[in-house]
Design a protein. Sequence first.
Length: 584
Amino acid sequence: MDQTRLFVAIAVSIAILIVFQLLLPHSPPPHPAQPAHEATTIVTPSRPAPSPAAPSGPLAAAGPAKNAPRLDIFAPAVKGSIDLDGARLDEVVLRDYHVTVARNSPNVAVLGAANGPRPYYVQFGWAAGPGEQVKVPDDNTLWKASPGSLSPDHPVTLSWDNGEGEVFRLVLGVDDRYMFHVTQEVTNRSATPVELYPWARIRRGYTPPTEGSYLINEGPLGVLNGTLHQFGYAATRNRAKDQPGGIAFHSEGDGGWAGITDKYWLVALIPDQHAKAIASIRYLQQDGQNHYQVDFIAAAPEKIAPGGSASTAGHLFVGAKVLNLLRSYQRELGIPYFEKAVDFGILYIITRPTFYALDWLNALLGNFGLAIMAFTVCLRAAFFPLANKSYKSMSRMRLLQPKMQAIKEQFKDDPQRQQKEMMALYKTEGVNPASGCLPMLIQVPVFWALYKVLFVTIEMRHAPFFGWIRDLSAQDPTNVFNLFGLIPFDPTTISPMLQIGAWPLVMGVTMFLQQRLNPSPPDPVQARIFLLMPVVFTVMLAHFPVGLVVYYSWNNLLSVSQQWLIMRRASVGKPKLARSSSQT
C-alpha cells in the first residue's frame, strides 16, 4: 500500500506537468493571437447566403492603393482613421495598451490598412437585389465626410451620390471605450423603387501567428441563434474547402454577433438584434493571400419607394476583451452572450469564478500578485479540515516509520505477509497511506483555473507584482544560468530549457521543505526519486506564467506551516527533518 501511495503521487505529479507543458505556448509571438479550446459547432447552411455577383458585395477584395483622404478618429480609448476611398475602417490603435511592458513601447494596433502588409479592416455596404441595376458604392467609391473628426461627442456622416437618384450615407459614432455605432441609410430620389441588401464585413487578409496551444480560441467566432461557434484559422480553411463563396459557416436568424478574436483583442459585428440576417464565415484566396472574412447581410432586401428612404443600425466592437466591459455591453445593448468572447473554456464553472475572485481581490489590494496570494489563503481556509486530516494522518505515518521498517525487515522474503502486516498496522493506528495525495489532488482544478485565467484574460496582461516581475502572465524573466543578468549572455539561445528564474527556484525550495516534513520512503530508490521531484517541478514550472509559480510557492509555504504545526502536536517535541522525502 505504501508503494501504491508512492506511485499514485508520482503519476499525478508527472501527469499534471506533462499536460500543462503540452498546453503551454512556446516562444509567444509579438502579435496577439490564440487557438481553439471549446468544441466547434457547425451548422450546415440551408441555402447559400445571397452574395451578389457584382464586385460591390461582401466578397469584393480591396482595391489598389491610393492616396485617398482619411477621416480621423479621436476617442479616450482608441485613435485611428477611416479610409474614405471605400469607407474602410482600417486603422484603430488602443490608447491604453502597449505592445510590451515598457510604457514607451508602441500602442497596440488592432486593425491594419487594407493595402498594407497586414490588411485587417471593417466595411459596410449595400448589394443590389436580383435584377436591380442600381449603382451601389464599391471599393473605388470616394466618400464625402462631414467636417470634424469622429469622437464620442461628435458623430460623422459619410455620404455618396451615385448620380442616378440614390444617395448612400454611413452615420458613424463611437463611445468612450471600444464600441462604434453605425447606421446605413439610403435615400431614393429616382422615379423607380429599388431593393438593396445592407451588409457589413470584417476581413483579415493574412493568417496571424498563433500561440500554439489549446487553451484559447483564435480566429472567427460568434454567438448566433443563441449558440457559441468558434473556429481556428486552420478549421476555417478546411471547412471552406471547395465550398461556394468559401463559406465555412453559415447561419440565419435574428441578431447575435460574430467577429474575429485574438488572444486579447476582438473585432466583432453586432447587427440589429431584431432584424433577420445571414451570417457567414469564409475563407478566400485572392492574389495568393489568405483572407478570412466574417460578414452579415440582410435576409430580406430593403424596399425603397421613390422619394423614400431606409436605414439599418448596428454596432461594431474594436478593442480589448475586458470582461466587465463586455458584460456591460451585453446588458446595455442586448448582445447575447457577448462575454463569451473571453474563452474560459469548458470548465468555465471553475475558471470564471476564479477570475472574478482574483479581480475583486485585485481591486481591494491593488495588485494581482497579492490577489493570488490572498486567493490561496482563502482556498486553504476552505479546504482546511480536509488538509488537516491528511496532514495528521501523514504525521502519524511519520511516527510509524520504525514499526514499518521493522515489518519490512521481518518479512522481507514474504511480500504478501509483509503487505498484510502493513495493512494491519495502518488499521490499528488509524492511518490512511494514500492521504498524502489529497492536497495535490485538491490543487489540480485550482492550478488549471489559475493557469487559464492568467493565460486568457487581458486583466492579467502586463499585471506587475513586486521587484523584477512586471508581467504575471509571462514567465519569470530572470535566469540563474547567467547569474540573474550579471553575465551578458542569454542561455536560452542554446536551449529553451535553460530558463530558470528566481521565483521557480523559490518554488523548488519550498517544495523541498515540504517533502522533508513528509514520511520518508523506506526504499532508497523511492527516496531518490522523490528527492528529484522538486528539481523536475522547478525546471518545468520555470516556463509557466510567473503568477502560477507565485501561487505554487505561497501554497507550499502555507502547507509547510500547517504541516509543521500538526507534526509538533502529533509528536512530543519538535519534529526532526528526514534525510529523504516523499511527495504529497
